[in-house]
Design a protein around this ligand. Structure first.
Ligand SMILES: Cc1ncc(C[n+]2csc(CCOP(=O)(O)OP(=O)(O)O)c2C)c(N)n1
Length: 938
């Protein structure tokens, strides 16, 4: 071993060894020990003929220099000048030679090779190499990657940073193009400010470099064959990105500022409301490598769009047109998420989205994140916004390389953009650019920022724009002149002025058109499948790979399934079988299926077993992926314990690939409220705001069975509150065959009449013979939005009470002892709650037109469930007859949280239905508030 061996990349390791040796000489191997012994005369290890030891002082200097280099690589970003407003970096003591017991003179005596890396190669000594290292790590760029755990990645990042190989060429052509681009970005904002003073546009000024960074990333991706770039971003700089990255025409943008009231916009009956201009999305194709660039529309809820964009990218990169599992090719698509600094650190959905990034079924081969860090969140300061050192702190936990870059240094910004793209392409992982700038105006342009940030805004007022700064640099270098730079400004103003002068807002305003589905498509869908075909499908699904060992306890169920088609008229098809047969038939029709959710592979209630694990080897068997008749792919994934981001992801996947059936299942229905933002902002209103046509399916276990409040209700009222303009389907169906036809109908309507489908799914009923169906019902039936009382129809004349209800409670009634004895109560099931099946219900009710006692029954409390939604609709249907309510009292919590109390209430509820002569509560019913309220109303 000699000094050279300790240099560069080995230095850190040798230092570690040396430190260990000093603690305990036995802790290093004999050869290393011999070398270290030879260094230290006091150890008297040297014998005649041994290599002459370097002086002890020198050893400390070597160790110190290597430690200093390591510190700069690790902590140099703390001393980087990343703030354009000039706030001093916090620095770190370990960045100075003194902290390592070194002087500059000592460094000068040491070889550059000791520092290692590409910079050391041409350096004259260690001092020179350290100086160069500082210029990389403590400049206007802060490389923050020490938290990356994969050595190969860290090494690549280090070499990339130190070699400067991603620095853009600074020849006159390139610099002229860059100055022109920055000028275009700035002038656009200044023009809008001048023409529409005070109008909200969320100017990009202060982080103008966002646009050239996107140029660089998108071009890099296009050159490598990427076909889709999906951008998710909030308000900041959005108009500029739409204009200059998506090429949204200036006349359209300017017309939107005029906000004309066109005839089309007045047609609110179409269900089209629109949205503010800085939420709109756009798509464009770039000539360069046929790249499609999309900015997803997004709501005000910051960061909510993140998983949507990632889901879109996953869908665009997924090839699903053959049997088996789909194939994902991340090189085809690139997601780019642009975040606010306050929002990135403050919104939980960011962490949820980052957590998806390496999970099977969610991975996109890397997302590029850009924080447009203007150092303010509305009026809040960084100190009020995040507990991490940087706005980007969260990304560290996910081992995402971070580069902080001063937004006033265009060259550094482009270098970082290129680095980001290359890293993503090479390692197929996320990368984060922390673009540190400022905000030239208030939060919006009508806002006064000096109320809260007087000092900062004095500084900003005196601060030259990035265009001015870059032009000055180029003038100084002789690459341009002041006059030429001014001419660029005039040129871009002229374009906008001419556009504005010839603007005709009413015609230039192009509103997306929402095409209406053909009426009756759902009713016309023929969903039955011949029994013989189903038998074939069933047999195929039950054929495992040779030698596959099923868990013992699953054998009985499989035997039952094998016998399910022995007769076409026995109730052998339970809920899980109906689902699997429906999905298999959909795959056989050539429609790909993606089924995800919380423990969805087995099923929360251990009923599905869509994925089997060999009992001895653990090897996996997915029948729907081995299904020989499939003409499209099937994928199934247990999701992480996340609702908001996973549903956002599925929404994005679904709108990107609307021809595939996308299903998400909750553990229990109520947990979907963790995704309330996504449901409200995307799923139920995305159509009205942006003309999107989602069709994803939610399976939400629901039903009152004595479990706790969070395990009883999927809170259908939440969906019903937003149900309008035919924006969703909400179903609470009561038989396996209904579920079979429902899934098939949804698949058939994906193209013709797409709508999100929310299914309130059973728990105990999964195994209840009363909901099982016959094979023939799968062949002959179709989804029925209303199921009349078959048994009572023939005696309609003797019926005294009609009870309307939905879901499991109907089965409770139909299977109760009271029902067996009852001859005068008809039970009509409303299987689809929205769109409300007026016609079918009117038809069913027509048989009972002389019955005066009409009841809505539900097991949910009066302020929950469907009651408040159906009440006016039913009242209209039954005319002058009174409508009464039977169900639990209004309540703050959905259920009792006690099995015994539940049973008492549930029993009372059924008694109420069949007890025709009681008009006041029976003594047993006044025991508790909830039971008291079971009294009939009105
Ligand atoms: C979920 C959510 N909460 C609150 C708001 C209101 N709001 C709009 S912008 C903003 C500040 C965002 O700051 P930052 O993320 O730093 O982005 P910037 O506007 O500074 O670019 C706030 C609080 C919102 N839009 N979304």
């Amino acid at each position: 071993m000699n000094l050279e061996q300790f240099a560069g990349v080995n230095a850190g390791y040798v230092i570690e060894l040396y430190e260990r040796y000093r603690q305990d000489p036995e802790s290093v191997d004999p050869e290393t020990r011999r070398v270290f012994e030879s260094w230290i005369p006091a150890d008297a290890a040297s014998t005649a003929g041994a290599p002459s030891p370097p002086p002890v002082a020198n050893i400390h200097a070597i160790v110190g220099a290597a430690n200093l280099a390591e510190s700069i690589r690790r902590y140099g970003h703390l001393a980087a000048r990343i703030d354009p407003l000039g706030s001093p970096p916090i620095g770190d003591p370990s960045l100075s030679p003194r902290a390592h017991g070194l002087t500059d003179d000592e460094l000068k005596t040491l070889p550059a090779a000791l520092i290692g890396g590409p910079l050391a190669e041409s350096a004259t000594n260690a001092y020179d190499a350290i100086d160069r290292l500082r210029r990389v790590y403590c400049s206007t760029t802060g490389f923050d990657y020490a938290h990356v755990f994969v050595p190969e990645e860290r090494e690549w990042l280090r070499t990339a940073a130190e070699s400067g190989r991603f620095l853009p060429p600074m020849d006159p052509n390139s610099t002229a193009a860059l100055l022109d681009r920055i000028t275009q970005v700035e002038v656009f904002e200044r023009f809008l400010q001048r023409t529409f003073p005070g109008k909200t546009r969320f100017s990009v000024e202060g982080v103008d470099m966002l646009v050239p960074i996107l140029d660089e990333i998108i071009c890099g991706a296009a050159d490598r064959g990427t076909r889709h770039t999906m951008i998710g971003m909030a308000h900041r700089g959005r108009l500029n990105v739409l204009a200059h990255i998506l090429q949204k025409p200036y006349p359209q943008i300017l017309a939107e500022f005029k906000d004309p009231v066109t005839n089309h916009r007045m047609e609110l009956g179409l269900g089209w409301m629109g949205d503010v201009k800085y939420h709109a999305g756009a798509r464009t194709s770039s000539p360069r490598g046929e790249m499609h660039v999309t900015v997803a529309p997004n709501p005000s809820h910051l960061e909510a769009v993140d998983p949507v964009v990632v889901g879109m990218a996953r869908a665009a990169g997924t090839v699903a047109d053959g049997p088996g599992a789909p194939r994902f090719d991340g090189a085809r698509t690139l997601p780019v998420l642009i975040h606010g600094d306050a929002a990135f650190s403050g919104q939980g959905i960011v962490a949820e989205t980052l957590n998806l990034s390496r999970l099977p079924g969610y991975d996109t081969d890397g997302t590029i994140h850009i924080i447009t860090n203007n150092q303010l969140g509305f009026t809040a300061t960084p100190g009020e916004s995040y507990s991490t050192s940087y706005a980007s702190g969260l990304a560290r936990g996910f081992k995402i390389p971070i580069v902080h870059v001063n937004a006033d240094d265009p060259v550094a910004c482009l270098e970082v953009a290129r680095l980001a793209w290359e890293y993503r392409a090479r390692f197929r992982r996320d990368f984060l650019i922390d673009l540190v700038g400022y905000r030239r105006h208030g939060h919006n342009e009508g806002d006064e920022p000096a109320f809260t940030q007087p000092v900062m805004y004095r500084k900003i007022a005196a601060h030259r724009t990035v265009r001015e700064l870059f032009a000055a640099v180029l003038v100084k270098q002789g690459q341009t002149t002041d006059e030429a730079a001014d001419a660029l400004v005039k040129k871009h103003f002229a374009v906008l002025e001419q556009t504005f002068a010839s603007l005709s807002p009413e015609t230039d305003y192009v509103q997306p058109v929402l095409d209406r589905a053909p009426a009756g498509a759902a009713a016309r869908a023929v969903t039955g499948v011949p029994v013989a075909r189903l038998r074939e499908i069933n047999d195929a699904l039950l054929t495992p790979p040779a030698g596959f060992a099923f868990h013992k306890k699953l054998e009985r169920g499989r035997e039952r399934r094998k016998a399910a088609f022995a007769s076409a008229d026995e109730r052998t098809i339970d809920w899980a079988a109906a689902e699997e047969l429906a999905l298999a038939s959909i795959l056989a029709d050539g429609i790909a299926v993606r089924l995800t959710g919380e423990d969805v592979e087995r099923g929360t209630f251990s009923h599905r077993h869509a994925v089997f694990h060999d009992a001895s080897t653990g090897k996996v068997f997915v029948p729907l992926q081995e299904f020989a008749h499939a003409r499209a792919s099937f994928e199934i994934h247990n999701t992480p314990l996340t609702e908001n981001a996973t549903i956002g992801f599925e929404f994005g996947y679904n709108i990107q690939e609307p021809g595939r059936l996308v299903i998400w299942e909750a553990q229990y229905g109520d947990f979907i409220n963790g995704a309330q933002v996504t449901l409200d902002q995307f799923v139920t209103s995305g159509r009205a705001k942006w003309g999107l046509k989602p069709s994803l399916v939610f399976l939400l276990p629901h039903g009152y069975e004595g479990q706790g409040p969070e395990h009883s209700s999927a809170r259908p009222e939440r969906f019903l509150q937003t149900a309008a303009d035919i924006n969703l389907r909400l179903v609470n169906c009561t038989s396996a065959a209904q579920y079979f036809h429902l899934l098939r109908r949804q698949a058939m309507l994906l193209q013709r009449d797409p709508l999100p489908l929310i299914v309130l799914t059973p728990k105990s009923l999964l195994r209840n013979a009363a909901v099982a169906s016959t094979p023939r019902e799968l062949e002959e039936g179709r989804f029925q939005s209303v199921i009349d009382d078959g048994e009572m129809q023939s005696r309609a004349k003797s019926i005294k009470r009609v009870v309307l209800c939905s879901g499991k409670v109907a089965i409770d009634l139909l299977t109760s002892d009271r029902r067996a004895a009852s001859k005068d109560v008809a039970i009509v099931r409303v299987e689809q709650l929205y769109p409300f099946p007026e016609v079918a219900l009117a038809e069913a009710l027509s048989a009972y037109s002389s019955v005066n006692d009409v009841v809505w029954l539900q097991e949910e409390p009066e302020n929950m469930g469907a009651w408040e939604f159906v009440r006016p609709l039913l009242e209209e249907l039954i005319g002058d007859r009174p409508l009464r309510y039977i169900g639990r009292a209004r309540s703050a919590s959905p259920s009792e949280g006690s099995s015994a109390w539940h049973q008492m209430n549930q029993r009372a509820l059924i008694e109420q239905v069949f007890e025709l002569n009681v008009s006041t509560p029976s003594p047993a019913m006044v025991k508790s508030k909830a039971v008291r309220a079971l009294a009939t109303k009105r």
